[in-house]
Design a protein around this ligand. Structure first.
Ligand SMILES: Cc1cc2nc3c(=O)[nH]c(=O)nc-3n(C[C@H](O)[C@H](O)[C@H](O)COP(=O)(O)OP(=O)(O)OC[C@H]3O[C@@H](n4cnc5c(N)ncnc54)[C@H](O)[C@@H]3O)c2cc1C
Length: 462
């Protein structure tokens, strides 16, 4: 079927204005996945019923569907190719209900995280999941990738925050798994299958997210330590001192920190530290200006585990601290395109992993920069490495990242970004063969014609 025939087909269920092709499609931003619109057709339905009709029609005509949210995914999960139809939830962008007493928000899947943050704030509430991509990423994308983010140490991942959802299956069935209760053990918790399945089992059209009481104030500090072991001691102390008030504990290795600090023209702390961190704590109630974090930093300094540290004295200083951690795109603007990785390890293995990785890259990939940062409290490292101008250098960097990773027990090749197209070859490094076989059985049970997000997650399904 050519693009015109596909357009005519779907115009029947969703209307011509929601079938985008040609120049209208070419003008769109493809987000973090250059191939988002390579299939040549984008559908923008306005309701779950339309999504259901599209899936039925696609199944009857042997077409496949690629669900899309804000296109901020980092593993090419929204890529399309000829014969694959992109389906964006962007027009399903209404917050349907926000119940401050129950502490839940129910919204269509195309609602952005920022929309939820803005709607919850006046009520003294906030979602537990927060990501630097908050302005664009959608609730559907967050659910489908089981996103983690900068407060996972406090509130868990998307999976821990989603109470219910509605999904359209490959055959068009509208599966209503709505739930606003914290406790609901009535049979299997099917919603969990859709969370983290990257659009391969169903298209999420609506979901209910827990909201948490928003801190009346937050304290944020940038710290520098001599090395990772000291940073771990700061983490252990912070857990003891702050308990549930510890919202974020992030890390930046010097190669990463220096690039961003130079770009922003600010370091705030000594440039001679072996590792840098961001700590954020929340405070609830009428506490006014809380100085617990400053006192904590002073204690760490006295104990010799902190080389330098500064607690933000204003909102603009707090924003600068977070920019130092979140503006990872600066690396690519200064150093050119990089490969990005998202691995997870036990905390005690992180120093050895990073040291061995940097040695191997320096030895086997001359000229390649290796920039490490991430959600230290969760054992989740993000690594940017480049340049990798050809397949051979790409393979050498992959070999270093995953070869060294395999030397440590209990690791993961994807802590939070998922598998998409990019990490399919590495999935077996993190999941044993029987688990992979069970995943494939699940996929073919829900989607026997392999219609939803084809070729994603598994290398060997078709
Ligand atoms: C600057 C930046 C920082 C980031 N930081 C983090 C971070 O801290 N933690 C983290 O976990 N991620 C992070 N990410 C990755 C990304 O933002 C998340 O994976 C996010 O959840 C993707 O949401 P999205 O709406 O953009 O999804 P998309 O990119 O559009 O899609 C992602 C995947 O979900 C599927 N999908 C999307 N919507 C639906 C739906 N309604 N139903 C079924 N499947 C669907 C797609 O097919 C695709 O496989 C970051 C990305 C950027 C660019």
């Amino acid at each position: 079927m050519d693009i015109n025939q596909i357009s005519e087909l779907f115009t029947l269920v969703t209307g011509a204005q929601n079938v985008i092709t040609g120049e209208r499609l070419a003008l769109r931003n493809t987000g973090y996945c250059a191939a988002s619109y390579d299939g040549g057709v984008l559908l923008t339905p306005g309701s779950a019923q339309e999504v259901s009709g599209i899936c039925r029609l696609a199944a009857d005509n042997g077409l496949t569907i690629v669900p899309q949210g804000g296109l901020t995914g980092l593993v090419q999960g929204t890529a399309t190719a000829s014969g694959q139809v992109a389906l964006s939830l962007e027009k399903m962008n209404r917050i349907l209900d926000l119940d401050p007493v129950q502490g839940v928000v129910t919204a269509e899947a195309g609602v952005t995280l920022q929309q939820v943050i803005d709607a919850a704030e006046p009520l003294g509430l906030a979602p537990g999941v927060d990501l630097p991509s908050r302005g664009s990423c959608t609730l559907g994308g967050i659910a489908s990738t089981n996103a983690g983010g900068i407060q996972a140490i406090r509130y868990g991942m998307a999976r821990d925050n989603i109470l219910g959802l509605e999904a359209v299956l490959a055959d068009g069935t509208l599966l209503d798994l709505s739930n606003t209760l914290l406790k609901n053990n009535a049979g299997y918790d099917l919603k969990q299958l859709f969370i983290g399945s990257e659009g391969t089992l169903g298209i999420i059209t609506k979901l209910t997210l827990r909201l948490h009481s928003r801190p009346s104030s937050v304290q944020t500090a940038l710290i520098g330590c001599a090395g990772t072991e000291d940073l771990f001691q700061v983490l252990a102390s912070a857990r003891k001192v702050f308990g549930g008030s510890l919202l974020s504990f992030e890390a930046m290795w010097p190669e990463f920190f220096t690039q961003i600090a130079t770009h922003l023209g600010t370091g705030l702390v000594s440039p001679d530290c072996g590792i840098y961190g961001v700590i954020e704590t929340g405070h609830w109630g009428d506490v006014g200006q809380d100085d617990t974090l400053t006192a904590f930093l002073a204690q760490c300094y006295e104990n010799g585990i902190l080389l330098d540290g500064v607690a933000a004295q204003s909102e603009s200083q707090r924003r600068t601290i977070w920019q130092l951690r979140e503006d990872a795109d600066v690396i690519e603007s200064r150093k050119g395109p990089c490969l990005s990785y998202d691995v997870g390890l036990c905390l005690s293995d992180i120093p050895g992993y990073v040291e061995q990785l940097q040695e191997q890259i320096a030895r086997e990939c001359p000229g390649v920069g290796c920039y490490v940062f991430g959600h230290m409290g969760d054992g989740n490292l993000h690594i940017m490495a480049g340049p990798a101008p050809d397949p051979a250098s790409h393979a050498a960097i992959d070999g270093a990242i995953y070869g060294v990773l395999q030397q440590f027990p209990g690791t993961t090749v994807s802590a939070e970004h998922g598998i998409g197209l990019e990490k399919r070859a590495q999935l077996p490094l993190s999941r044993p063969a029987p688990a992979l076989a069970a995943m494939r059985r699940l996929k073919t049970t829900f989607d026997p014609q392999l219609m939803l997000n084809p070729f994603k997650v598994f290398l060997d399904l078709s």
